[in-house]
Design a protein around this ligand. Sequence first.
Ligand code: SF4
Length: 304
Amino acid sequence: MTADQVIIQQPPTPAEVPATVRASLSPSRAADFKTCPLLYRFRSIDRLPERPSVEQARGTLVHAVLERLFDLPATDRTPQAAGDLVAPQWDRLVTEQAEFAGLFDDTDTAAVEGFLRSAAGLLEGYFAVEDPRRLEPAERESLISAVVDDELLIRGYLDRLDVAPDGALRVVDYKTGGAPREAFEARALFQLKFYALVLWRTRGVVPRVLRLLYLKDQEVCDYAPDAEELVRFERTVVALWRAIEQATATRDFRPRPSRLCDWCSHQAHCPSFGGTPPPFPEAAATPDPLRDARSGPTPPGADD
Ligand code: SF4
């Protein structure tokens, strides 16, 4: 740790953020800019609405069930118990998050039942790779943050953090998507390194394992970071933020077409697809460095 890095043990309120901080960045938004600067603009500056896809809704639902599953006593965390949580958690999500309410036609019960069955199928995939009766997570859906380079607050939600008796940390992220693996795996690893950097800066411990649990494919992908790598990663994150600042100052957010365009909600506004971006929202570009800190990063499960 260098002297110019500020440590924040708990997620700060805006009033608690050091005065030197000029901006905040979540792994989702950083990955957006890496993927496509114009996608970053549409999501973070224009704030264009995005209707969640069925896949995103399923990811959010599975994350919610796994979160509640660990509320149960260890011996009760069975496949049956997880299955029993699916419908009540979907009812809760539909009630609490308006964007999910219109996903299915109210009269199409077969579509909803099929959706719930597909979520249950992913949970079976979870039990194929892990036995939650043998685990006691230290943290779930935790918001963690740290300040790097004096000026940048980096923050995000962990799906799960396991702490071994010897203090070793394991960061676990559930992946439910069926998107092209090579494109999404880099984004997932970027997200996990982001969390590893925050944990290292706030707890002084480099996580021993960064674990991706692919529920659909029933695969476990482990990655062991080291301190030198996280130092380099921190430089990458800061450089990324500088590039975002530069793009904002010049209003220059270029499209970068890739296979991920198939999952982009904004093709109608994208020049690569014959569209025209809306006028640049000058008010939104006026620095409000903690806007993301106030609204929070992408919640768990919404980015699969
Ligand atoms: S369609 Fe592709 S190139 Fe266009 S904004 Fe979306 S991700 Fe970027």
